[in-house]
Each structure stands twice: as C-alpha cells, then as structure tokens.
Design a protein around this ligand. Structure first.
Ligand code: DMJ
Length: 592
C-alpha cells in the first residue's frame, strides 16, 4: 500500500470511529466521567458590568493559589462490596428520588421556564432572586449528576441564550444569594460538564457582583442597589451586615478565579477572610463572630449574639470547605475553622433531655454581655433546620484536619436532627424550636416536671402556671419547649449532613435514615405538580399542615441532589475530589 493510500485508510478509520462515537458513545453517558475541558470561550468584552467604571479600583491582587499546598487526608470511607439485595434497595430508592426531581423539574419547565421559581400548587411563576431563572441555574448540576443529559443540554442552551445578568427588575439584589445560587450553580455545572458557555455566564455574574465590592474599603454592599451601582453612584458597605452574607462568598469567588486565571475575585474575598481571621479572637466569645457585623467600619467584634444557625451559618461552613477547595491543611481557613469549633464545642453544643436519653447534640445560640471588663454569656437551647448543616461541616472538617473528635460530634449533631424529625407525628422537624437542655453533656434522666418547667420558662410564663397543660395545648413533643416557626420549607440541611455522614463512614444506617426522612417529607409536601413548603409540621388533630404554594430553588438544587447522592455509588461526586458550596454545587478541589 502506498503511503498516500495508507494515510487515506487511516483517516477514514478515524472518521468512522468519531462518527460511531458521536452516534452511540455520546449517549452511553457515564456521570462518573469528567470530560476534558475545551479552551475557555472568549467572554463578551462589551458586557455592561465589564465596562462600568470602578470608583475604587483595586490595583494589585493577592496571588492566586493554583495548586494545593498539602495532600489532605481522605474524606470518604473505604466502601466494602454491597450484596445484590442491598444494591437493589439502594437503586429503587435512588430512582424514586430521580422521579421526584423529574416531576418538580417538569413543573418548573412547563409553568415557569426562565423565571426564578414555580409555585407548586397553582403553577404560577414567581421571581424571588432577580428574575434570572434561579431554579434553572440551581438545577443544572443536579440534571448532570442524575444523568438527564438532554435536559441538561437544553437547560445550558437556555441559560446561555436567554439569561442576561445585565440588569433586573428587582430593586435590590442579595449578593450572597446571587453568589451561592447563580455563580455557584454555573461554576458547579461547569466543573462537572466542562461546557464553557457556563463559564462565560459565570464570569458575567462574577463581574456584576464584583461591582458590589466597589466601596472605599472594598467590602461588598450585601443588600445591593444594583441600579444605583449601574448609574455610577458612590456606594459604601453597610454598618449592619449579616455574618453569613459577608463570610460565605469565598468559595465561589475563589473557584471563579481559579478557573478563569483572573485573581481579582479571589483577592476580593480573601480580603474579607483576612479581616475575619484578625478579629476572631477579639470578640465577646473568642472563636466566634457576632451574627451582625459592621462592614462599613470593618468592626467584626462588637455584637452580642452568636450562633451557627441562620444569618451566620455558611461563614463557618466555608472555613473547612475553603481548606478543602484550596488543599491547605494549615493557614487562615484551617486556623479559623479549628478555633471556631473549639469554642462551639465548649459553649454552643448542648445535649437535650429526651425520654430515651439519646446521646445527641444541638448547636444552641449565645447572648454575651460585657460589664466591668467581664463577659457573661447565656445559652439559648434552641435550634432549627438551618443548624442541621453543622453535622456535615464537622464531618468534612474532622476528616481533612484528622480530628476524630469533630467526626464524633458530627455523628451526634446529625443524629440530633434525625431525632427531631422523628419526634413529630408527620416525621418532619420545624424551621425553629427550643428544647430542654440537660445540665451536662454526660446526659440526664427524663423528668416530665423539668420539661414542663422549661417550657414555661421558654415561653416567659410564670412558674406557677400549668406547664403540662401548656405543652399539651401546643402539642409539643417531649423535650420541645417552644416552636416559634412551625414551617418546613423543603430545606436540605438534615439530609445534607446525613449524606456527608454516609460518605464519611460508609454506614448504610445513614441511608435508612435518609429514606425515612424522604418518605415523611414527600408525604407532607407532595402536590399534584411538585412539592411545596408547608406552614405547620405539627398541626392539631384533624387539621392540615397548610400548603404554602412555594418551592424554593434549593429543593431541586440541594435537597433532592443530596438525597439522590445518598443512594448513588459513593464515587459519584466523591468528597475526595469535590467540595460542595452551601447551595450544594460541587466544585473541583485543587490537588497537589
Ligand atoms: C440555601 O440557600 C443554602 O443552603 C443556605 O446556606 C441556607 N439556606 C438555604 C437552604 O436552606
């Protein structure tokens, strides 16, 4: 055969192989395979937020980490083989969750496409987060993970062609929510799929949000008048800023810098982290930051209320996760994490008195006051759905920091949420609640009268009142002393921690707990179209929980994703390679 003929035959073979692959290979898709990333799609230089003038431009940036500093210990357990029966049960459960996702996705697609949310009873569309398709963007990586390949392509096309971050009809923008849902959603889906259209959209969101940092001290305006910013008006960070809204931008901005090679986003959030690190031991409760901080004056140590729940939660969550993302076993993130958990362990975690003496823990909150240079603190033995992420955080942190105590605490905190779910007739815990604490973590013997007294005190009633009648009238389960907010709004935190505990221990008992939770949640929230938030997880006998006709994007972005992953092969989005942002979007970890 002549050289030319040999060449033509070889070229023909290559063409045949490529077309067969395109026809068949592309459809025999494996969610475990990560495609090679193609070159970065050029960004639109004329996109408004890239052309707008910055009044306080940053001229030199902190150097961007491009590789891990340390080889971190494994997060995931070594999983043994599963029996045929176990596998069948697991796959049946997994497919149930997949069908539930499919139902809610279909409702969104048919009734609220490109809008933020669909109302799961009336099917009406609603815009709650800027009108940029929050459910669409939040669901991208779940579509990918669950193997809905065609839906994924369609969704990416819609995001790429029809969602513009140029402006919004909303008056103000919540920078934190926009970061975790939109920027996080686009980056997670990009990291999984390698589709560069997602990266260029992520850069659009990043450049829009970067303008919120255009303040004299370069700290962001967290509730942001985007229109005034677009008109070039001067802006300053706010005196009253929620800790979570300031401290949990770090993962998304860092990942954006890493994948684009542009250090400016990382620099902006690293500045916040350095300020947090500098103030951490100067607060009234050293190790923790107050829930409200002054971003205008850069004073992070003055407030009096401390806790790990709503308004501060993800700032703590991001400490070990930044260490995992950047591959740093030491440094400011590891230090801040270890200090904050040391204090939380000593001052926040409490054991409730329960009829069976369960060895469980909850993170309460603290009120601190200073007089004559002495600080006194009072523990509020309350908790809520938003504190249920703590188990997952301690499990990830404990593994990467080789801290066994943290993993043991994670077990007890996660079991606390499981216990709280199972304490209610409908099997779902409320948004917030107060409990009867044991005097010490070693436990205490159940006593009806102590519970009744604790309920009177939690509700500021007189000790002389009838505590038994009060708990009965309010249908409070044993140990519960108050339910300030009885809703369940489809939140993920309890299943999130169960997912992490399952991956960290390999113990199938966590899968059973997730399955019980799923059944209770679906039973309580199921609608003809999808699933809905409910007003009351603890209704009176004969009354209904009250369906709220609301389905936030985290139902598809987080709750169903974590449930699906609990019943998937443990290598699917392994925690040894990936780290989830607070909206359950997986980012690829830097490796050495
Ligand atoms: C999500 O948007 C995030 O998990 C956030 O950190 C807390 N609230 C919701 C879910 O409950």
């Amino acid at each position: 055969m002549s050289a030319v003929r040999r060449y033509l035959v070889a070229a023909g073979l290559v063409i045949i192989i490529i077309s067969v692959w395109q026809r068949w290979g592309a459809d025999t898709w494996s969610p475990l395979a990560t495609p090679t990333k193609s070159h970065i799609q050029p960004i639109d230089k004329d996109f408004f937020w890239r052309t707008v003038t910055h009044q306080y431009p940053v001229t030199s940036f902190r150097p961007l980490p491009t590789a891990a500093v340390d080889v971190l210990p494994h997060v995931q357990a070594k999983f043994g083989p599963e029996s045929a029966d176990q596998k069948q049960t697991r796959l049946t459960r997994r497919d149930t969750i997949k069908r539930a996702f499919s139902r809610s996705w279909k409702a969104y697609k048919e009734h609220a496409w490109l809008r933020d949310e669909v109302k799961p009873i009336t099917g009406k569309p609603v815009d709650t987060f800027g009108g940029w398709g929050a459910t669409l963007v939040d669901s991208l990586d779940t579509l990918w993970i669950m193997g809905f390949r065609e839906e994924f392509s369609l969704a990416v096309q819609a995001v790429s062609n029809n969602i513009s971050f140029r402006t919004t009809e909303a008056e103000t923008i919540n920078v934190f929510e926009t970061t975790i849902r939109f920027l996080g959603g686009l980056l997670g889906a990009y990291d999984l799929s390698g589709d560069t259209r997602l990266l260029s959209k992520a850069q659009d969101v990043g450049d829009m949000l970067y303008k919120a940092f255009d303040t004299p001290n370069h700290l962001p305006v967290t509730r942001w008048d985007i229109h005034a910013a677009g008109r070039g008006e001067t802006q300053t960070a706010h005196g009253n800023t929620l800790l979570a809204e300031l401290g949990s931008l770090s993962m998304e901005f860092s990942r954006l810098s890493i994948v684009t090679g542009n250090p400016k986003y990382y620099d902006a959030v690293q500045h916040i982290s350095e300020l947090l690190a500098a103030s951490q031991m100067k607060t009234k409760v050293p190790g923790l930051w107050p829930i409200v901080v002054d971003a205008a004056r850069e004073e992070f140590d003055l407030g009096s209320d401390y806790g790990l729940g709503g308004m501060s939660d993800s700032t703590y969550e991001y400490l070990p996760k930044m260490a995992a993302l950047l591959g740093q076993k030491t440094g400011i993130y590891a230090d801040m994490y270890l200090r904050s958990m040391e204090t939380s362990n000593r001052h926040l975690l409490f054991r409730p008195m329960t009829p069976k003496g369960d060895d469980i823990l909850f993170p309460g909150s603290l009120h601190a006051s200073r007089s004559n240079n002495q600080v006194s603190t009072t523990l509020d033995p309350s908790a809520g759905h938003l504190t249920c992420f703590v188990g997952g955080m301690l499990a990830v942190g404990g593994q990467i920091m080789s801290n066994k105590t943290h993993v043991e605490l994670a077990d007890k905190v996660t079991k606390g949420c499981i216990w709280a779910y199972s304490s209610f007739g409908r099997g779902v815990m409320p948004e917030t609640m107060s409990l009867t604490p044991c005097p010490s973590r070693s436990g205490c013997v159940w006593s009806d009268s102590s519970w009744h007294l604790a309920a009177l005190s939690a509700q500021s009633a007189s000790k002389e009142d009838d505590g038994e009648k009060l708990v009965e009238e309010q249908r409070l389960p044993p140990s519960f002393t108050k339910i300030p907010d009885a809703r369940y709004i489809l939140r993920p935190e309890a299943v999130e921690s169960i997912f992490v505990m399952y991956r960290v221990t390999g113990d199938p008992a966590w899968q059973d707990a997730a399955w019980r939770m799923w059944n209770a949640i679906d039973e309580l929230t199921h609608t003809e179209l999808a699933n809905t938030a409910v007003w009351n997880v603890n209704p009176k006998h004969g009354e209904e929980p009250g369906k709220a006709d609301s389905m936030e994007s985290f139902w598809l972005g987080e709750t169903l994703k974590y449930l699906y992953l609990v019943f998937s092969e443990p290598e699917l989005v392994s925690l040894d390679d990936w780290v989830f942002n607070t909206e359950a979007h997986p980012f690829r970890r830097l490796k050495k």
